[in-house]
Design a protein around this ligand. Structure first.
Ligand SMILES: Nc1ncnc2c1ncn2[C@@H]1O[C@H](COP(=O)(O)OP(=O)(O)O)[C@@H](O)[C@H]1O
Ligand SMILES: [Mg+2]
Length: 280
């Protein structure tokens, strides 16, 4: 069993309007893993992420970080948020500073409290996210994709223990999506836990170690990505498509057992090559 970093104990959340967005959720986020959160529109993904970062307090049930129950006092919340960083799905909910440079240095100033270290970290971050050209611009004047990169950069610069990104690749072009995921991978290699919500089953299958699927505020399944995606009936119940790799293997190499399925495109290409070479 993997050690968990955040545990959710029978948590529910109702919005003031009365909508029950999360209904008795029990979940554990495995420490140091890449985790994908899937589910249709309105399944509760964003609400769950707001609970994880302490923006919302569960109506019933509770959460714990490293076995310590969430405490919603102001000072404790600040501490929690330095450990659990959240990228909102809408960057306009996040951007607060007058320039991109200040947006990235804002959190770092509180965290590092040393001007030289802050400056060095901001420079590294501007480099990593290719933001040098727009560092003096006002975040609100940027394109949707640029705003998203600024928000991501300002959160990832602080290297929180748990990094939560609500639809990180929406509005990003493929080049910046790769850049972002390479950066997320480098943080996971340093031991960070990463949770992203996405509608992209191919990304979830080949990128994530662990996949969670929500439906109507409940957890349909949570487990190793390979196991989750081998359950065709649950994927259908969630209204999702099978990842391309599994679909293609089912169609062309039906004799393949679930534990022999390729984990990513490189493995899939190798398998295809060896299968074609044997058959012809
Ligand atoms: N601010 C809000 N006020 C009232 N209801 C909301 C609010 N945000 C989301 N909801 C409702 O909560 C449910 C879950 O929404 P959400 O967590 O945004 O789902 P997802 O991110 O999976 O699309 C939906 O029924 C949605 O309409
Ligand atoms: Mg959402």
């Amino acid at each position: 069993m993997d050690k968990s970093i955040i545990d959710i104990h029978h948590a529910s959340y109702s919005y003031p309007s009365g909508t029950l967005a999360l209904d008795g959720i029990n979940l554990s986020l495995p420490k140091g893993k890449k985790i994908a959160l899937l589910g249709g529109n309105g399944a509760g993904k964003s609400t769950l992420m707001l609970l994880l970062n302490g923006v919302l307090v569960p109506t019933s049930g509770h959460l714990s970080f490293d076995d310590t129950k969430y405490n919603y006092k102001k000072s404790k919340l600040r501490e929690l948020r330095s450990k659990v960083g959240l990228l909102f799905s809408d960057p306009d909910n996040q951007l607060i500073a007058p320039t991109v440079y200040e947006e990235i240095s804002f959190g770092l100033n509180n965290l590092l409290r040393d001007k030289q270290r802050v400056r060095a970290k901001v420079e590294d971050t501007l480099d990593a996210f290719c933001l040098h050209d727009i560092q003096r611009k006002t975040p609100h004047d940027l394109s949707a994709g640029q705003k998203k990169r600024v928000c991501l950069a300002s959160i990832l610069a602080m290297e929180p223990e748990v990094i939560i990104c609500d639809e990180p690749s929406s509005s990003l072009d493929p080049w910046h999506t790769n850049l972002t995921f390479n950066y997320l991978d480098s943080l996971q290699e340093k031991g960070k836990t990463i949770l992203i919500s996405t509608h992209d089953v191919n990304l979830a299958y080949s990128w994530a170690d662990h996949t969670i699927i929500l439906k109507k505020g409940k957890v349909l399944i949570s487990g190793a990505s390979k196991d989750v995606f081998s359950k065709k009936d649950i994927i259908e119940e969630a209204g999702l498509n099978l990842p391309f790799i599994i679909d293609a293997c089912n169609a062309f190499i039906p004799e393949l057992k679930a534990n022999e399925l390729p984990a990513n495109m490189d493995e899939f290409k190798k398998l295809l090559k060896s299968t074609l070479c044997t058959d012809f």
